[in-house]
Design a protein around this ligand. Structure first.
Ligand code: ACO
Length: 445
């Protein structure tokens, strides 16, 4: 892992090329002037603290609900240019990785910073494949859930439970231990997901098959019935693997931030991953793909799309799968997903909901409401259609996001742990509540 450069540490070359790298602030309340260093287009929020009304003043903080303009870390993992619609892992464009790589290789890249050699990839794949089994007691937890329990709820609980099976995971500053938990987490996520799915159907659990690929084995644990050897359809296996690549990381989103935040308390990575999975579950994040499908079913026909869009514009509800905090252009993943959808439909038959989705997109992309707000389809808009065609129930959609995102979460967690500038995450608040007041006895209220 590369050493992390300080945010205020612009190189001498950068400084001389770009002129004086400072920001001058005049506090009009006091007339005082402050000069604050700039590095990489950022100032340090702590540099604002010196701006005070008087010596008893705490000092100025920056107020940024929902972190819309706050960089909480320096990262070298994923680059997004939301205006240009660019996504790269460790410098490699998502389009190239989707076409040429596979999920486990991409996971290695995200975690290690470089593409693996043949031997490194073989070892990496071997270790992950040989950590796919889960302790038999985990099955007992699953058995305790109702048949209609949401699989994300089962995932969150069983991922957290893994921490009790691997107390060695607490040794977070031990590189060897971190690597082992990484193999385990990436290896076991599909198993937990497969078991959760089979539990909801009341079917016997299907155990991992080490001869299959990562995606192929996952399909095996979901769909294997009486056959002695499950053989995944190669088109569907590749489609799923490519979707895994697209979902592997997305820099400082809600769940990555949860992973870093919870991990900053130095808890074990299973507990932090359970927290990240919980963050992903929400309908504004990884739960959106599930909501998209429900929405398309509710719209019901192409003819009813204009009426639905009218109601979205009236503020009744959101057009799920549209809009993004960072992308103000077409999400590059959505383009690739559209292509995968065609490939899957060729095998499984065309999903009739695609016509409703295409009509939503067509109308939205030329409607002033969406154009002005720069709302484009995000990755979740088309993935649900693919998952449904492949035979996944809607409740499994966010699970299909959580499995590949695990590599990104661990990379974000490890980068946070090894960054000497990071500490326990603990934001400030602007307190607008009551001043001190005396306690009122209950008879006098
Ligand atoms: N449909 C209709 N209007 C929308 C939508 C939408 N999907 N998304 C945003 N808007 C509107 C907002 O109402 C707001 O309008 P206003 O300025 O008139 O108040 C404006 O666009 C800006 O939207 P914000 O909510 O401020 O944008 P924010 O960055 O906070 O939210 C989010 C991003 C959560 C993704 C939002 O666009 C949304 O809820 N989309 C639908 C859910 C979804 O698809 N989530 C998946 C995101 S991708 C992922 O996590 C994998």
């Amino acid at each position: 892992m590369n050493p992390v450069k300080s945010a205020t540490q612009a190189t001498a070359e950068e400084a001389s090329r770009m002129g004086k790298q400072t920001l001058t602030i005049i506090d009009n309340r006091t007339g005082k002037q402050y000069e604050i260093p700039i590095a990489h287009d950022a100032i340090r929020a702590m540099d604002l603290r010196q701006i005070k009304l008087n010596e008893h003043d705490f000092g100025m903080v920056s107020y940024d609900p929902a972190f819309t303009n706050t960089a909480s870390c320096i990262s070298r993992i994923t680059y997004i240019d939301g205006d240009a619609g660019i996504l790269r892992y460790r410098g490699y464009p998502i389009e190239e990785l989707a076409e040429k790589s596979n999920y486990l290789e991409t996971a290695y890249l995200i975690l290690r910073g470089e593409l693996p050699t043949k031997q490194q990839l073989a070892e990496w794949t071997y270790h992950i494949t040989h950590h796919t089994f889960i302790h038999e007691s985990i099955k007992k937890f699953l058995d305790g859930f109702h048949y209609d329990a949401h699989p994300m709820g089962m995932m969150i609980s069983t991922i957290a439970a893994l921490s009790t099976f691997y107390p060695d995971a607490k040794d977070i500053f031990n590189q060897e231990s971190r690597l082992k938990q990484t193999w385990r987490l990436i290896g076991k996520m599909p198993t937990l997901a497969g078991f959760a799915y089979r539990h909801s159907l009341g079917m016997p659990y299907a155990y991992p098959d080490n001869e299959l690929s990562y995606a192929g084995n996952f399909l095996n644990m979901l769909f294997k019935t009486t056959e002695l050897k499950y053989r995944p359809n190669p088109t569907l296996e590749r489609a799923l693997d490519t979707l895994f690549i697209l979902h592997a990381d997305h820099e400082q989103n809600c769940s990555a931030n949860a992973m870093r935040n919870v991990g900053s308390s130095h808890v074990d990575p299973y507990s932090a991953t359970a927290a990240a999975t919980a963050a992903l579950y929400g309908p504004l994040h990884g739960g959106a793909n599930e909501e998209v499908l429900r929405m398309l079913l509710e719209i019901g026909s192409v003819q009813r799309v204009p009426e639905y869009i009218k109601r979205v514009k009236a503020g009744e509800f959101k057009l799920m799968g549209f809009g993004h905090r960072v992308y103000k252009n077409y999400d590059p993943r959505a383009r690739i997903v559209k292509r995968i959808a065609d490939e899957v439909f060729e095998v499984m038959g065309r999903n009739p909901l695609i016509d409703i989705a295409l009509e939503c997109e067509r109308i939205a992309l030329q409607d002033d409401y969406f154009v002005k707000r720069r709302l484009y389809p995000n990755v979740d808009f088309y993935t649900g259609l693919i998952y449904q065609s492949m035979g996944f129930p809607v409740t499994m959609f966010p699970v299909l996001f959580a499995i590949p995102r695990t590599s990104g979460w661990i990379a974000q967690w490890e980068e946070m742990l090894l960054d000497p500038e990071q500490k326990i995450a603990r934001p400030r608040q602007v307190y607008l509540g009551e001043e001190q007041r005396p306690y009122v006895p209950i008879e006098q209220r």
